[in-house]
Design a protein. Structure first.
Length: 374
């Protein structure tokens, strides 16, 4: 069989679960179903539902490729359809249809994870790098990322809110204020898109007795399935108050909703629109399009540079430590780290303001002033 795929310029459909070979479909359903207690742990239990959906789609893409090439034999077990020759052809085809290097790496990771769910007794790590690592290292380059400092991102969000024109009565101004608040919160806490886009008022976003706002995300809304609780910067409290009291009601147009973020026609803002909005704002501000996830890069980078004395600070603030999911100490450490991280940003902001004020203390003399000798 030729290792070079035929028709490499053509694309192919992703096979939905209903069109998988029966053995594959039954194995996937059996190994991903949830509910019964005291059953044997399954490999899929470690993944959140969005991850399982991603793996399922990735495997459907692989099956679609095999069908497109004429290589899909429904009678064969999943393991017998995976060969080095076919993986090489899959790689070549993904490149030919324009997939970027990191996208191709992701496709093979999805395939390996799906196979591990279908047949957990086998070790499928080799699929990510057959022939000694051909997938992770072949034509793979490190992406050059635009990673502004969290301070820059936070100021960007606040600036959008400060300059929004009549946000309580003007649609463009209301959307700008909403987007600025999203950007500022993302810069301050760098949570994942799914968690922040679906934020609920009154249950997940609440105000503490001291006036500060707090976010409490249940395990079902967090990728790690660990409760995620943290306070928001005190500086943002007036902005949140104004958004909830004036801007959000204007956007809702009389409709009732528990969603924090509202769209331009009064609907709950979808996760897709949330990410697209961020990318468009970033394109306008930085001339480079990136999404909310870039805030996690920014936080990690700034923490390593600005707080080298505590290398675990940002990891704890982001909730990505490797402790037990429901360990009380971990959650307490994460909440404390969020406060320390916020203090660090506020300190850096204050220092910058002082430096700017010093430079602007003495205005330049103008022509005709007494100081020019005339």
């Amino acid at each position: 069989m030729n290792a070079v795929a035929k028709g490499v310029t053509a694309n192919w459909p992703v096979l939905p679960l209903a069109q998988w070979p029966e053995a594959d479909r039954l194995a996937w359903v059996a190994n991903t179903e949830r509910g019964r207690r005291h059953r044997r742990p399954k490999r899929a239990d470690r993944y959140a539902d969005p991850s399982l959906q991603k793996f399922r789609k990735g495997y459907g893409r692989w099956l679609g490729f095999l069908k497109h090439q004429g290589w899909l034999d429904p009678a064969l077990p999943a393991a017998q359809r995976v060969t080095l020759e076919r993986l090489d052809a899959y790689f070549v085809t993904l490149q030919a249809i324009g997939n970027a290097d990191y996208t191709i790496v992701g496709r093979f990771q999805e395939l390996a994870s799906a196979l591990a769910i279908l047949q957990p007794a086998q070790d499928w790590r080799w699929v990510r790098g057959p022939r000694g690592g051909v997938i992770p290292h072949r034509h793979r380059t490190r992406r050059a990322l635009v990673v502004p400092h969290p301070r820059v991102l936070y100021r960007w969000g606040c600036s959008l809110m400060d300059t929004a024109a009549n946000p309580a009565a003007n649609l463009a101004g209301a959307l700008q204020f909403r987007d600025g608040l999203i950007i500022a919160i993302e810069a301050a806490r760098a949570r994942r898109l799914r968690s922040m886009a679906g934020l609920q008022v009154g249950t997940e976003l609440t105000r503490r007795p001291d006036g500060c706002w707090r976010i409490d995300l249940p395990p079902s809304r967090v990728k790690t399935r660990c409760p995620d609780s943290f306070s928001l910067p005190v500086h943002l409290a007036p902005y949140i108050d104004r958004y909830l009291g004036e801007v959000r009601p204007f956007l809702l147009r009389g409709r009732e909703s528990a969603a924090m973020w509202i769209g331009k026609v009064g609907q709950d803002l979808s996760q897709k629109t949330y990410g697209e909005m961020y990318g468009l704002r970033a394109q306008q501000r930085f001339k480079v399009r990136f999404g909310p996830h870039r805030n996690r890069h920014a936080a990690a980078t700034a923490g390593a540079i600005d707080a080298p004395h505590d290398p675990t600070l940002v990891a704890r603030m982001l909730g990505i430590s490797t402790g037990v999911l429901h360990d009380n100490y971990q959650r307490a450490g994460q909440a404390g780290a969020a406060g320390q991280y916020n203090t660090l940003i506020e300190q850096l902001q204050a220092e910058a303001i002082i430096r700017m004020g010093y430079r602007q203390r003495r205005p330049r003399p103008q022509s005709g002033d007494a100081g020019d000798g005339t």
